[in-house]
Design a protein around this ligand. Structure first.
Ligand code: PEP
Ligand code: MG
Length: 746
C-alpha cells in the first residue's frame, strides 16, 4: 500500500477540499471522495457508511464494492465489523477480515474477496456519524501511520457531514440536526413549555477543516494556546484563596494546557493538513469518545476538564462563543450540559424551560428552576449534541421528556396539553380569592413556599395567604461569597414589604447535605443528609446564625416577625437556638435598634425524634412546621435524592399517615399551631389526606395552590378520614386506592 507520510496526507486533504468545492451534488461528492481516498491510500476499496437513524448504518458511497449495494446495504449498530466500529467508537484493523470476530458477510457487496479491513469512526464531538472503511485483497495489517491518516480524513468527512455537504440529489441522506429527536430524561420541575433552543455553550462550527499552510496553522495554534494559558493562569490567580474544588479544576486545566502530549498530537494533525481548529476538534472528539467508555469517576472528570479546555481553545481560534452578541430567541429554552445556580438566575424568568444533559433532581440548578417555576428536565442524554440554536423544542416537565424538532403530530398533541394546562389555570384563577373550605366546613390555610425575591409576586397571583416557608439558603447558594449582613437586611425587608402584611415565616439557613455553599469548605461526610447540616451547623458555628438573626430582626423594622429553625432533632437544640435569639435581641436592644412588635420562634419537625420530644417542647415552641421531604426520608430510611428508592414508599402509607396523626394530636394538646411544608402539601391527593389527618395549614409552591384548593373545595374531610380509617383497619398498606376511589366518585 502507498506510503502515508504527512505530505501524502496533506495532498489527499487538498484533493478532498477541491472535491468539496466542486458543483457536484451530495452523492457525486461522496463518490468522488471514496475514489480519492482509495487512490491515495492504495487500497482497492473505500466505503463510507453513515447513520440512517440512531440504530442503522447505511452504505452511502463506495469505491470497489458492488455499486448496486449503495443505499441498499444496511446494518445495525454493533453488527459486523463496521457496526462494531460505530458501536465502540474504536478502530478495527485486521489483515483477515472474513475470519475476524464479528465479521458478517454481505453477499450484495462482494466484499469477501477483500482480506484486510481498516475501519475508523466518523465522529464529531462525541456524536457518532458513521464509519469510514478501506479494504484490500492483500492480507496485511495497516500501519499505524495509515490508521492515523484515515482518522484525519474521517475527521474532515465528519465536519463536511455536519455542514451538510453530502445532502442533495441522489444522496438519500437526510441532513443532520433536522430530524425530530425524542429524548427521555428525568423530570426535575413539572410544567410544559414550547419554544426555541438557546445553547448555554454555543456549538462551535468549524467551516475550514483543511488548511494549506501548516506553518501558519501552527502559529495560529501556538498563539491561541498561549492566550489560553494566560487566561487559565489569571483564573488561578483570582481563585487562589477560593474554593478547593474550583482550584483543582483550574489546576487540571493548567496541566492540560501545558501538556506536551496534547500539543504534540494536535501539531501532528496540523502537519497532516488539518486546520488548527479541526485539530483541536479531532482531539476533543476522541477524548469524548473515551469519556463515554470510562467508568472511573475521577478520570471522567479530568476528561471533562479537557473537553472544557478544548471548547475554550476553539472559541479563541474561531472567535465564536459566549460573546457573539447573539440574542435570546423568542420563548427561549435553555440547553446546557450543566449550569450553576448563579448563571441560571441571570437568565431569570425569561426562560420558558430548561433541559440539562447532566444535572440532578437535587442540584442547585434544580432548586432555582423550581423556585422560578420553570419546567426542567435533567439527565437528557445527548441533548447538547443534538440541539442547535433556534431549533423548535417542546419540553414536557411532567414526564421528563424532550421533543426536539418535533413533527406535526407531536406538536398537535403537545399544544393540546399546554391548552389543557392553560384552561386549568383559568379555573384556578377563578377561585383565587375564595377561602379553601371543604364541604364539611373545614377551613384550610393555604400558604406558599418561597426562596427568592422573584417568588413574591406569586403571593397575589396564586392567592396564597402568606409565606409558610421562606428558604433563606438560596440567597447564600447563588453567590460566590458570603452575603453581607446589610445585604440580608435589605433583602428580608424587601420580602416583608412585598408581603404587604401577610405573614412570612423565615427559615434560618439550612445548609449542608445537598446544599453546599460554594465558598465554604466542603466536609467529606459519609452520609450528608444525616450529617452536619442546618441547625447543627448553626449551633456549632454560631457566627453566621447570629448574623442572620440580626439581619432578620432589623429587617422587620418593628413589624411582627416569624423565624423557624430547620432540622431540630431534640428539644435541647430548639432551646439553644432560642437562647441565641434572646441574646441577639438583647444586643440589638443595647445597640438601640427597633425590635419586632411580635416575635414567634418555631421549629421544623423533620426528624421522627422530635415527634416524641417532651410535652414541654410543644408548650414552649411558638409553632411547628412539618418538613415532609426530610421527615419522610428519615421515616422510611429512603434517601430523597436516590432515584432507586425515593419513590419506593407512598406518602399515603398507613404508617406515615398514622405518624402525622400522632404529631397533630401532640400539637393539639398544647394548642401549638401546626403546618406542613414539604412537597406533598402541593400534591392534591396527598394534601387532602394530610388535611383529613388534621393538618390545617399547608405550605406549597405557588403553582400548586390552585390544584390543591380546587380539590379541597370538593371533599368532605370527615368522610375522607373515615375512608382512611377503614383502610387502616382492613390492614391496607397504603390508603391510596381507597382514597382514589372516593375522589373519582366525587
Ligand atoms: C422539607 O424537608 O420538607 C423542607 C420543606 O425542607 P427542604 O426541602 O428545604 O429540606
Ligand atoms: Mg428539610
Amino acid at each position: 500500500m502507498a506510503d502515508t507520510t504527512e505530505s501524502e496526507s496533506r495532498k489527499l486533504l487538498v484533493r478532498l477540499r477541491e472535491a468539496m468545492a466542486g458543483d457536484d451534488a451530495g452523492q457525486a461528492r461522496l463518490d468522488k471522495i471514496t475514489h480519492l481516498i482509495a487512490d491515495s491510500m492504495g487500497t482497492e476499496v473505500c466505503s463510507v457508511y453513515l447513520f440512517r437513524d440512531e440504530e442503522t448504518l447505511e452504505l452511502c458511497a463506495t469505491q470497489g464494492l458492488n455499486r448496486e449495494s449503495v443505499h441498499q446495504t444496511r446494518m445495525r449498530i454493533g453488527e459486523g465489523l463496521v457496526g462494531r466500529v460505530a458501536k465502540y467508537g474504536k478502530v478495527v484493523n485486521t489483515p483477515d477480515a472474513p475470519n475476524a470476530k464479528g465479521f458478517r458477510y454481505m453477499p450484495e457487496t462482494g466484499e469477501e474477496r477483500f482480506s484486510s479491513f481498516l475501519g475508523v469512526p466518523v465522529q464529531r464531538l462525541g456524536e457518532m456519524l458513521g464509519v469510514l472503511v478501506v479494504q484490500s485483497k492483500e492480507g496485511r495489517e495497516f500501519s499505524a501511520d495509515a490508521v492515523y491518516a484515515l482518522e484525519v480524513v474521517a475527521m474532515v468527512i465528519a465536519e463536511m457531514t455536519e455542514l451538510g455537504a453530502f445532502v442533495g440529489e441522489g444522496a438519500a441522506l437526510s441532513p443532520l440536526h433536522q430530524q425530530p429527536v425524542l429524548i427521555h430524561g428525568t423530570s426535575a420541575q413539572e410544567g410544559a413549555a414550547e419554544g426555541h433552543v438557546w445553547l448555554h455553550e454555543p456549538r462551535v462550527i468549524v467551516t475550514n477543516p483543511i488548511a494549506d499552510d501548516p506553518q501558519r496553522e501552527l502559529e495560529r495554534m501556538n498563539s491561541a494556546v498561549e492566550e489560553l494559558r494566560v487566561g487559565v493562569d489569571k483564573m488561578l490567580e483570582v481563585s487562589r484563596n477560593g474554593d478547593k474544588d474550583q482550584l483543582q479544576v483550574l489546576e487540571a486545566y493548567r496541566m492540560f494546557a501545558n501538556s506536551k502530549g496534547w500539543m504534540r498530537r494536535m501539531e501532528e494533525d496540523i502537519a497532516r493538513g488539518l486546520s488548527a481548529e479541526a485539530a483541536v476538534e479531532k482531539e476533543q472528539s476522541q477524548a469524548r469518545a473515551r469519556m463515554s467508555q470510562v467508568q472511573d469517576a475521577y478520570l471522567r472528570e479530568r476528561l471533562s476538564d479537557l473537553d472544557d479546555l478544548s471548547n475554550r481553545l476553539l472559541r479563541i481560534l474561531t472567535g465564536q462563543g459566549a460573546d457573539t452578541g447573539a440574542e435570546l430567541p423568542d420563548n427561549p429554552i435553555l440547553i446546557a450540559r450543566n449550569i450553576g445556580p448563579g448563571d441560571l438566575l441571570e437568565y431569570g424568568r425569561g426562560l420558558r424551560g430548561i433541559v440539562l444533559e447532566e444535572g440532578s433532581v437535587g442540584s442547585h440548578a434544580a432548586i432555582v428552576a423550581r423556585a422560578l417555576a420553570i419546567p426542567l428536565v435533567v439527565n437528557a442524554k445527548r441533548v447538547t449534541t443534538e440541539a442547535l440554536n433556534g431549533d423548535h423544542i417542546m419540553v414536557d416537565g411532567d414526564q421528563g421528556v424532550v421533543h426536539l424538532r418535533p413533527d406535526e403530530t407531536v406538536v398537535g398533541a403537545f399544544r393540546d396539553k399546554i391548552a389543557m394546562h392553560a384552561q386549568a389555570q383559568e379555573r384556578y384563577a377563578s377561585i383565587r380569592s375564595k377561602p379553601a373550605v371543604t364541604t364539611d366546613g373545614q377551613r384550610i390555610n393555604m400558604v406558599m413556599n418561597a426562596g427568592l425575591m422573584a417568588d413574591l409576586p406569586s403571593l397575589d397571583s396564586s392567592g396564597a395567604e402568606g409565606v409558610g416557608l421562606f428558604r433563606t439558603e438560596l440567597q447564600f447558594l447563588v453567590r460566590n461569597q458570603m452575603p453581607k449582613r446589610s445585604e440580608l437586611v435589605a433583602l428580608y425587608k424587601r420580602v416583608l414589604d412585598a408581603a404587604h402584611g401577610k405573614p412570612v415565616i423565615f427559615r434560618t439557613l439550612d445548609i449542608g447535605s445537598d446544599k453546599v455553599l460554594p465558598y465554604m469548605k466542603p466536609t467529606d461526610e459519609p452520609n450528608p443528609a444525616l450529617g452536619w447540616r442546618a441547625i447543627r451547623v448553626g449551633l456549632d458555628k454560631p457566627g453566621i446564625m447570629r448574623m442572620q438573626l440580626q439581619a432578620l430582626l432589623r429587617s422587620a423594622e418593628g413589624r411582627p416577625l416569624s423565624i423557624m429553625f430547620p432540622f431540630v432533632a431534640q428539644f435541647e437544640e430548639y432551646r439553644a437556638a432560642k437562647a441565641e435569639v434572646d441574646k441577639t435581641i438583647e444586643r440589638e436592644r443595647i445597640l438601640g435598634h427597633v425590635l419586632p412588635a411580635e416575635l414567634e420562634i418555631g421549629a421544623m419537625l423533620e426528624t421522627p425524634s422530635l415527634a416524641y420530644a417532651p410535652q414541654k417542647f410543644f408548650d414552649e415552641v411558638a409553632f411547628i412546621s412539618i418538613g415532609g421531604n426530610d421527615l419522610k426520608q428519615f421515616f422510611f430510611a429512603a434517601d430523597r435524592e436516590n432515584e432507586r428508592v425515593r419513590r419506593r414508599y407512598d406518602t399515603l402509607n398507613v404508617s406515615f399517615l398514622s405518624f402525622i396523626e400522632r404529631i397533630v394530636e401532640r400539637c393539639a394538646i398544647s394548642g401549638t399551631p401546626l403546618s406542613f411544608c414539604g412537597e406533598d402539601a402541593g400534591r392534591p391527593v396527598e394534601a387532602v389526606c394530610l388535611a383529613a389527618m388534621g393538618i390545617r395549614t399547608l405550605s406549597m409552591r405557588p403553582a400548586s395552590i390552585g390544584p390543591v384548593k380546587s380539590l379541597l373545595l370538593r371533599v368532605d374531610l370527615g368522610e375522607l378520614r373515615k375512608i382512611i380509617s377503614d383502610a387502616r383497619h382492613r390492614g391496607d398498606q397504603a390508603v391510596r386506592p381507597a382514597v382514589m376511589k372516593y375522589l373519582r366518585e366525587l
